[in-house]
Design a binder for this molecule. Structure first.
Ligand SMILES: O=C(CO)[C@H](O)[C@H](O)COP(=O)(O)O
Length: 333
């Protein structure tokens, strides 16, 4: 899914934060005035067309937020609300743990990925303090992460200025037992793959629902970015030659016509049978050879580690050590 319910929640919160920022209205509104929070949240959710029963679930199923690291004075922190649903709490746990373990003081060029877990990544980076962050540059994978970087008053760079990145942290749609993943639910996978490949260390963060043994378990299709004029030809290739008869052009939700990526391209979502998904590298290579394909949302042999926040407050970590992927679960704090 391009926009999950959880991500809508975060994006809504983020949107309110962005709207509030110029008028210096703190997002603390969420913490100190729950009824105003609920009303504002409902209003923006309605504008985003999220079903209201789900809003009720988010608001009632909320659990207390753990105490964050102290925020250095004067920092612009993209604050999250005081109460988070279990899923949001899991995302934040994953993000905080990954940042604590991988974004170290000597890291100066940092790639910021896309998706609903990434705001927590930026939040934790900001909590590391102005002293550390003033000498760093942050490279976004798209519009969302660029906004997060700017709103957080971190220095923005681009990969053409910094073709070597110390660490890139990104979300994922699914991660398998070999640390391969599906990305592109948010149509950012071209830039995401460039930043993953440019990075010395590429780390994934997600909630427990994305942790699977085989790709395609829950996430229905492989996102494929194509140049617009070639989309019909690529669709035909996928239907008739590559064994994806249900591949479709991704259509926009609040616009007539297809989703257009940050690079001006179209996205095809192509579901494949289980057998094909068991060898994601081979599948990725076959799709990539179709002329008109710009990038495939299968990331194989790229991530060094993946962090999944669990419902019970523990974090499952998959990491690559001397070619082997090991999995461990860190107990809740
Ligand atoms: O690959 C991506 C965008 O292209 C995202 O990282 C991925 O879709 C996960 O997003 P979310 O956390 O919102 O489900």
């Amino acid at each position: 899914m391009a926009v999950t319910e959880g991500s809508l929640f975060l994006e809504t919160v983020h949107m309110i934060h962005v709207l509030a920022a110029p008028a210096k209205l703190p997002l603390i509104l969420f913490a100190s005035r729950p009824s105003a929070t609920t009303t504002a949240f409902r209003r923006s959710v309605t504008a985003n067309r999220m079903p209201l029963p789900y809003v009720d679930e988010i608001l009632t199923n909320a659990i207390p937020r753990p105490v964050p690291m102290p925020v250095p004075t004067g920092s612009a922190v993209p604050m999250t609300p005081t109460k988070l649903s279990v899923i949001e709490q899991s995302k934040r746990l994953a993000a905080y743990t990954a940042v604590d373990q991988h974004i170290l003081p000597h890291h100066k060029v940092i790639g910021i990925g896309s998706g609903s877990t990434v705001p927590y990544v930026v939040e934790r980076i900001v909590q590391q303090g102005e002293q550390l962050n003033k000498d760093r540059v942050f490279i976004p994978t798209g519009f969302q992460s660029k906004e997060l970087i700017v709103v957080s008053k971190l220095s923005l760079g681009d990969v053409d200025q910094f073709p070597t990145i110390d660490v890139t942290v990104d979300g994922a749609d699914e991660v398998d037992s070999e640390l391969n993943c599906i990305k592109g639910g948010g149509a950012c996978h071209l830039r995401e793959k460039v930043l993953a490949e440019a990075a010395e260390t590429f780390v994934l963060v997600a909630d427990y629902r994305k942790n699977v043994q085989y790709l395609g378990t829950n996430f229905p299709g492989v996102p494929i970015e194509v140049v617009p004029f070639a989309y019909a030809k690529v669709l035909q290739n996928l239907h008739h030659r590559l064994g994806s008869p249900n591949a479709t052009l991704r259509m926009a939700k609040a616009k007539a016509g297809p989703v257009v990526s940050d690079n001006g391209n179209f996205i095809i979502d192509a579901p494949f049978p289980v057998e094909a998904m068991r060898d994601p590298y081979k599948l990725m290579a076959r799709i990539k050879l179709l002329t008109g394909v710009v990038e495939v949302g299968l990331f194989c042999h790229m991530a060094q580690a993946a962090y999944f926040g669990n419902q019970d407050g523990s974090v499952t970590v998959k990491s690559r050590l001397e070619g082997e992927v090991i999995e461990e679960t860190l107990p809740s704090a």
